[in-house]
Design a protein around this ligand. Sequence first.
Ligand code: MG
Length: 368
Amino acid sequence: MKVTGVEVFPVHIPMKIPFATSLGALPPKAKRVIVILRTDEGLAGVGEAAPDPSYHDETMEGIVDTLREYMVPVIVGEDPSDIERIHEKVRRVIVGNTFALSALDFALYDVIGRRTGLPVCRLLGGLFREKVPVVWVLSLATRLDDMAGEAEAMAGKGFKTLKIKVGVDPRLDVERVKAVREAVGDRAEIRVDANQGWTVDKAISTIRRMERYELQLVEQPVAGWDLKGMARVAKAVDTPVMADESVFTPETALKVVEMEAADIINIKVMKPGGLHNSKKVAAIAEAAGIPCLVGSMLETGVGTAAGVHFAAAHHVVSYPCETIGPLYFGDDVVEEPVKTEGGYVYVPQKPGLGVQLSLEKLRRLSKP
Ligand code: MG
């Protein structure tokens, strides 16, 4: 089987639930890129890039250009199952641009799965778990007064972990945690994500004040590049510290290990360039005794399925995951996203990613 071409579609997905972090608010329509990879056997694979320019250095417009002008030309004619070779070929033409690369990587896995009749998790190591516990995220778009109500409603729907976005104002940050703990009692665990919003000293004092409300973990308290600062925070507080913006690639994962900068790693499968490279991050974490979880860039049903397959196949992914992008969107490019129910997302068992792209929806959402 050979790749004959890749079509690239910029899409605009309307948000159903507004979303904001300490980095800023997401626009009312999320910009995503969908790819369809075609082969000489008539099989097609689908992939996605879900950029957030406030979080990393790629945009929807740049990804479209990177794919069409640089990445797609070097993979045409390749056998999709030669994943390592394809990644290396692309890297020699254009470094970085890992979100663009992820779209291709997901599509390669999807098409190999369809060809072999295997769900993607079985290409990644097999089905370690059939369902993945997932987290509800209370973003900064939820005001303090509404925190208790949303937390209670989501705990009632079966979410056993709630993540609270913080990192703007330490006093308000603590109030938000307090409101949620008082609302849910011991029915849910609470994690917080500062998205790099604090200084080292502010992080230590704020997390200490939050610890009376019992935190499962605290995510990216300080700047992603500041591994010394991450290590200082991790040493000073009792709560495990998770690296998100500090770990994109296997190399940065290794740095975090060497500097003892985190206790947990958030693997978003787009950060290192897709599923193939995420396996390398997971291997480094596992060897270092660092548990992981699979986070989310708020992907559509396509990227979400990729993350779910990865979580399903890896023992080291042992914390509840955040692969719930479709719940925040008012529309999707797939017929039916992965099933999410009672605080779990169920691993699709059809060949490939296990989701069906809707060409009608793709056409509609391609219009700005
Ligand atoms: Mg994060």
